[in-house]
Design a protein around this ligand. Sequence first.
Ligand SMILES: *Cc1c(COP(=O)(O)O)cnc(C)c1O
Length: 397
Amino acid sequence: MSGGKSDKPATQVVQAGRRPEWTGGIVNPPVWRASTILYDSVAHLRATGAKDTHHTLFYGRRGTPTQWSLADALTELEPGAEATFLYPSGVAAVAAALLTVLSPGDELLLVDSAYDPTRSLATGLLARMGIATRFYDPMIGAGIAELIGPQTRAIFMESPGSLTFEVQDVPAIVAAARARGVATLIDNTWATPLLFPTIGLGVDMAILACTKYIVGHSDVMLGSVTANPAWFKRLRETSFQLGQHVSPDDAWLGSRGLRTMKLRLDRHGESALAVARWLATRPEVARVLHPALPDCPGHETFLRDFRGPAGLFAFELAGGDDAARTALIDGLEHFGIGYSWGGYESLVVPIDPHRYRSVTRRQAAGPMVRLQIGLEDVDDLIADLAAGLDRFSAVRG
Ligand SMILES: *Cc1c(COP(=O)(O)O)cnc(C)c1O
């Protein structure tokens, strides 16, 4: 490999983060396990300790090439980014990013459709530290300017939103934030930088639950924050102070997952669209909330900003109650019932988003279901859901 960089995602995920000085001729960086690092001399020890870098062997907590390779790969996927730090989960990554920008007395603007543990962090730990949170409508766009007050220090976005999939106008929100010197953060777990690179749009820090699509095989918890040049030092300092560290085995599995992520995402997205479009034709279904379908709030923004669809979406049943929804879900043969997503297998969960909203509660036509479309044959999945809708109708009456 000559090292020439491509701007094509398929090439990027194959090549990113691979440095011959870390791996020699080995294709994948080996698992370097370390706590103690031995130095040649006192002078070497002192020189290393004085270095302000995250790419030097210093002490196990600061990582080894196994972690750096994955972190660098994620940075390369975000044009304009400076560095990435890894965390033992997506939630830990969200926490590190928020603690990087916020101090007591500050105010956070948090999208109302944020992942529930992010909401809990804001209303729990951050509130305890004297940081106030105001929730805002995911469809607010440039209107966010009116919410920015003298104490507002950060705007947290997640697009599309958890459970309800509203697509935010990220460029409009970033422009309003920049005009007032407010930091912007995004939880980009759904799209990943392959479908929606955000640092180039002016976002300061982009967060991924790598547990989902990066790892891709439902067997590792992992998170990341990628920062632009303005924020990476503060992020690094905060991460080091928090003592965040990812096991080299988990980082290695993250790197392994990354190499096939483009292929997997293409298939997740293509199959999800087929299932979503089929559901939209069914009389038992009131609404399908996939950003690539017109019923989803922010669909136009999705078409403008995203490179393609991902595999997670929700739908609203037309009437019926929890018992009817349960009949649909319990009999499914190809969908596991479980949280998380982004692995190779299809998943289903009942969802009740109104429980996790502060300023944008909306009355659904019926109970809601979230689907993660995996890599199975899509005809099997559709047939399974068709039988599920029959069970739903039988109970609904
Ligand atoms: C799963 C998820 C997280 C948290 O990731 P974990 O690795 O499970 O802690 C954060 N944000 C979003 C949008 C998620 O779906």
